[in-house]
Write a protein that binds this ligand. Structure first.
Ligand code: FES
Length: 486
């Protein structure tokens, strides 16, 4: 009997990102069946994985979590009702497997007796053949082959994963993620950078309604919003109040930049991080009752003490209540002056947004080049972290062309390179000859037609870069740019 595993779970088991497995499928080194991987195929394709030791898998997860900085991971058990339901399901599986084994045992006993019966009056030749068959069966049943030991270890690990997490597929977008710990479906989606529609996040507004297509879910939070009986009958739930018991398929709307309304919230300064005299980051904490909905690459207006400014968001939507903006010190920007000279942790700030449509094309699996000019690194950082959480890009190259503020988050970029095998970071020092630099970057990509390029910088830099890339073979429609003031 074959044992099939979904690709996302295989990625977790072998400690590899999904895009690596997709590349193996494309080049024929991993075979799939309807998007699933057969257990024997898994063992064949990953002979080097030590199935009885998941230290490597843990190490990669830890490195990735550190590289994502501040990404919050609850390492707690699932909600107790969900856990009980998952244990029930596992014990049903176990009972079914045990019943099957008992049945096979009975068949073997019958076969053994039948061989004795047939051998009684058989010719010498038949007698020998029957006893050869019996010896073969007994020998094979008494020895546990190496493959079976490995299969047992893989299945044991898969069972633990199933106990601790459930796999979710969103239709029709095709987004996939795992719900871990005691997260609701909505919390897990946001943590994984999937921008599902929602409003209050606490069961009052009904904007997170979605339909369960397959699988089982459990209510883990009470909600005041009342679902109609017809909705309940059709499998409609509130994503902010339910968690999956097993692997589920959910029909839900994934919001694009134009679907997300401008929101206003009263937030607090979490910290001010001054990188150097020209550049600082403002870390903002949204209130528990009202997070900011946005997509990587968008911008917000931040205000305090009568001043305000609009800045690119530098964080990932997957970072829960944390919002980060990078603010260059420049004359005429009163909010920037306030940030460098007076703003401190716990001060109140008003946040308004998001604005802009400089967001990832989540339907594109193409390799990506990110081009950051100076402080244009902020929206690029946000896009990169969003792309990492969604695991959509085949590969990501970051070219950071610094200005006088330098590569002020150089260590972070190097941490991404260390943690991810599909990420490449190339810092470029300030230059008086931007033309020559752009030309040399483009020369590194003889197949630009395959790529998407996301660039952020001032209008002149973007214009110059666009001309080089399009002349180098990039399809015009695959150029995405965001002009920033500096
Ligand atoms: S987000 Fe308002 S009810 Fe779920």
């Amino acid at each position: 009997m074959s044992h099939l595993l979904p690709l996302s779970r295989v990625a977790k088991l072998v400690g590899q990102p999904r895009h690596t497995l997709q590349e193996m499928i494309r080049n024929g080194t991993l075979a799939t069946f309807d998007g699933m991987v057969e257990l024997d195929e898994l063992l064949r394709a990953f002979p080097e994985v030590k199935w009885d030791d998941d230290a490597e898998f843990r190490r990669v997860t830890e490195i990735k979590d550190k590289a994502f900085a501040r990404r919050v991971r609850d390492l707690v058990l699932p909600d107790k009702d969900v856990l009980v339901a998952r244990l029930n399901e596992l014990s049903d599986d176990y009972a079914a497997a045990r019943a099957l084994l008992l049945h096979y045992g009975n068949v073997m006993t019958w076969l053994d007796e039948k061989i004795d019966e047939l051998a009684e009056n058989a010719s010498a030749e038949t007698y020998h053949a029957l006893h050869t068959v019996r010896a073969f069966l007994l020998r094979n049943l008494s020895e546990t082959p190496q493959d079976a030991v490995l299969a047992q270890a893989v299945i044991a690990q898969e069972r633990i994963l199933k106990l601790m997490s459930a796999h979710v597929t969103i239709q029709p977008s095709g987004h996939e993620f795992f719900v871990e710990g005691n997260d609701t479906l909505l919390e897990a989606a946001l943590r994984n950078g999937v921008s599902l529609s929602y409003g209050c996040s606490n069961g009052n507004c009904g904007e997170c309604k979605a339909r369960v297509v397959s699988g089982e879910v459990k209510k883990v939070h009470a909600h005041d919003y009342v679902l109609k009986q017809a909705e309940k009958d059709a499998g409609v739930i509130l994503l902010c109040a339910y968690a999956p018991v097993n692997d589920v398929v959910i029909e839900a709307n994934v919001a694009g930049a134009r679907d997300i309304p401008v929101q206003q919230l009263a937030a607090k300064v979490k910290s001010v991080e001054v990188f150097n005299p020209q550049m600082a980051a403002l870390h903002i904490l949204a209130p528990r009752s009202q997070r900011l909905r946005y997509l990587g690459g968008q911008s917000i207006r931040v205000g305090a003490r009568g001043t305000s400014g609009r800045y690119a968001i530098a964080s990932c939507p997957c970072e829960d209540r944390h919002i980060e903006v990078h603010i260059p010190r420049r004359s005429g920007d009163a909010f920037a002056e306030l940030l460098f000279d007076g703003l401190k942790a716990n001060d109140s700030v008003e946040v308004e947004g998001p604005y802009g449509e400089f967001v990832l094309d989540e339907d594109s699996p193409r390799p990506v080049i990110f081009l950051a000019f100076g402080a244009g690194f902020a929206p690029i950082k946000s896009l990169i972290q969003h792309a990492m959480s969604l695991e959509i890009a085949e590969s990501m190259d970051l070219h950071w062309l610094a200005d006088d503020a330098g590569h002020y988050q150089d260590n972070l970029c190097r941490a991404w390179t260390d943690a991810l095998d599909n990420f490449n970071y190339v810092p470029h020092e300030p230059t008086g000859d931007l033309d020559a630099m752009l030309k040399s970057i483009v020369l590194d990509y003889p197949d630009l037609l395959r790529f998407d390029v996301y660039a952020a910088g001032n209008a002149a830099q973007l214009q110059q870069a666009r001309e080089h890339f399009v002349r180098g073979g990039l399809h015009e429609a695959r150029w995405f740019a965001e002009a920033i003031d500096r």
